[in-house]
Design a protein around this ligand. Structure first.
Ligand SMILES: O=C(O)CCC(=O)C(=O)O
Ligand SMILES: [Fe+2]
Length: 281
């Protein structure tokens, strides 16, 4: 259990942040084995394509609050930290009493992928491109995840208005899918493609500590207290069009900003014990 600062020693033996022009198997291996903390590809998607997708989605009537799930010993609690989303993510079905949410998840998964593809047209959807490149560069393959034998969603549009952005800064978090969906998962990562960013603030902040297991996350105390227990962080300011990949089991946060709407396309990436990659939201 990591309950004091001494336990939280730096974990990335290589340079924690790698800036590169392209994905490669070597870099992905270093990320998945936690030798590096963040891969950043500047200008992964051209700025005009980013603006177009942002404008077409930001006021979509299906935009909803994106709650974060906190798993305790007996229950899963949903908390709202000011992030909105287009796309119905898996964590929305964690508390599903009558199966209706699960039904919605599978019903919306492929149409959401298609909508982001259509909105990006005539250009390739940024999420499709990422999925193709992950598969091309990873010998063991990268596929859309299957949950209960059905195809998962991959690619969610995240929206952060400036007004509540302090909540994401004040509450660093880890994302960790419930074991029951992917029993053989050994690592969870996020890929974010930034579509619209504030001029100041809105950085990705991450702590270069060994990734937390589910138990460690739960034992670390309320997330509002994490910042005071962690050492110095790394902050990376995304620019429009950048792609960043990082382990979601390392505590991370988004720093507050005063103006503009920060939007991104994001997918989770899992690696299982046979080194296959799968993507979902
Ligand atoms: O928007 C970001 O920079 C990071 C979002 C995040 O918390 C995640 O992708 O898990
Ligand atoms: Fe996260």
């Amino acid at each position: 259990m990591k309950n004091n600062q001494e336990d939280l020693t730096q974990s990335s033996p290589l340079n924690p942040v790698v800036y590169t022009d392209a994905l490669s198997e070597t870099l992905l291996k270093q990320l998945f084995s936690h030798q590096i903390c963040v891969i950043c590809i500047r200008d992964y998607i051209s700025k005009n394509v980013c603006s177009k997708i942002h404008e077409r989605l930001v006021f979509d009537p299906q935009v909803n609050n994106y709650t974060h799930d906190i798993e305790t010993k007996n229950q899963i609690k949903e908390v709202y930290y000011g992030v909105k989303r287009f796309g119905y993510p898996l964590n929305q079905i964690y508390n599903d009493t009558d199966g209706k949410k699960t039904e919605t998840y599978f019903k919306q998964a492929l149409p959401t992928i298609k909508k982001i593809r259509d909105i990006s047209s005539p250009f390739l959807s940024p999420i499709d491109r990422l999925r193709l490149e992950l598969d091309e560069h990873w010998s063991f393959g990268a596929n859309l995840a299957r949950i209960e034998g059905k195809k998962a969603l991959s690619g969610i549009f995240r929206i952060m208005p400036a007004e509540l952005s302090n909540l994401s800064e004040d509450n660093p978090h880890c994302d960790s899918v419930l074991d029951k969906y992917f029993p053989t998962i050994k690592g969870q990562f996020a890929a974010s493609i930034y579509l619209n960013v504030p001029t100041q603030g809105g950085e990705l902040e991450i702590w270069d500590v060994p990734p937390f297991s589910n138990d460690e996350m739960n034992d670390f105390g309320p997330i509002s207290s994490w910042r005071s227990k962690l050492n110095e962080s790394i902050k990376i300011k995304p620019e429009q069009g950048d792609l960043m990949l990082f382990s979601t089991r390392r505590p991370h946060a988004i720093t507050k900003f005063d103006s503009a709407i920060r939007t991104s396309l994001q997918t989770f990436i899992g690696i299982d014990d046979s080194n296959k990659i799968f993507v979902w939201n």
